[in-house]
Design a binder for this molecule. Structure first.
Ligand SMILES: Cc1ncc(C[n+]2csc(CCOP(=O)(O)OP(=O)(O)O)c2C)c(N)n1
Ligand SMILES: [Mg+2]
Length: 240
């Protein structure tokens, strides 16, 4: 079974058991491309800072399916003893952190990259965000710091075109996130989730970031489910 198939199977199992979970759950069905690529390139010394839609990121970093499942069920055997739930759990043993606050870990990712550089430690901070998080001021401050201090960080934006149910064209005056990012002196490129080169791109950017050239990778993808829960997305005939 490939990582992508394993992730999909996990998320479909979550979908089927949604009513049993003790927390809100944001599935990443349809958004398997980035986790699959991260799973190929991330090393133990790298860090992954994630979002509320984090199951794929956690498993990509080497997280345990069983511990994640138990976390969603609110069990003591969960990643954080069942107290953090789907959005907020952390596993320091694999350098993984997630948050329910949109953009909440961007500054922490930059701080981690700064620490790695100053302490001359190996590793790159990967900061995964959604398109909605690019509307947080901390994102632009963090890009500036990353470029100015030449930090080992890769920003990965999964652009599913929505922040909850608000489409991007109703939220952003210009659709060109990559161009805005480049204006900060950060290398940036946009890809489609079906792009076969995504793994190579991640690998190249990891190496570049290690030598002090931060970058931003935007991946256009499609959310299959509703924002939260197991309903099909309302855009596909589901209910709001
Ligand atoms: C600081 C903050 N503002 C608002 C919210 C409510 N909220 C939760 S998820 C979300 C949408 C985020 O969209 P995006 O970053 O594109 O991620 P996606 O859900 O599309 O994966 C919002 C606005 C929040 N959790 N945190
Ligand atoms: Mg989004």
């Amino acid at each position: 079974m490939t990582f992508r198939e394993r992730l999909r199977a996990f998320e479909l199992r979550c979908q089927a058991h949604m009513s049993e979970f003790r927390c809100p759950v944001h599935l990443c069905l349809g958004q398997e491309a980035v986790p699959a690529a991260l799973n190929e390139v991330l090393r133990p010394e790298d860090w992954l800072f994630s979002t509320h839609r984090n199951h794929g990121h956690y498993l990509a970093k080497g997280g345990s399916e069983q511990k994640l499942w138990d976390e969603l069920m609110g069990l003591e055997t969960g990643v954080n003893g069942g107290w953090a739930g789907s959005q907020c759990y952390s596993d320091p043993s694999i350098n993984f952190h997630a948050t329910a606050m949109v953009g909440g870990l961007i500054g922490v990712a930059v701080g981690t990259a700064l620490a790695l550089k100053r302490q001359k430690r190996a590793g790159v901070a990967f900061c995964c965000i959604g398109d909605g998080a690019t509307e947080q001021g901390v994102f632009w401050e963090s890009l500036n710091a990353a470029a100015l201090w030449r930090l080992p960080i890769v920003f990965v934006c999964e652009n599913n075109g929505y922040s909850v149910h608000a489409p991007i064209h109703e939220r952003q005056s210009s659709p060109f996130i990559v161009e805005r990012v480049e204006s900060f002196g950060v290398r940036a490129a946009r890809f489609d989730s079906g792009d076969d080169h995504l793994v190579n791109v991640m690998q190249d950017e990891l190496l570049r970031a290690s030598s002090g050239a931060p970058s931003f990778i935007e991946v256009a993808c499609e959310r299959e489910c509703n924002h939260v829960g197991n309903m099909p997305d309302f855009r596909h005939g589901g209910e709001l």
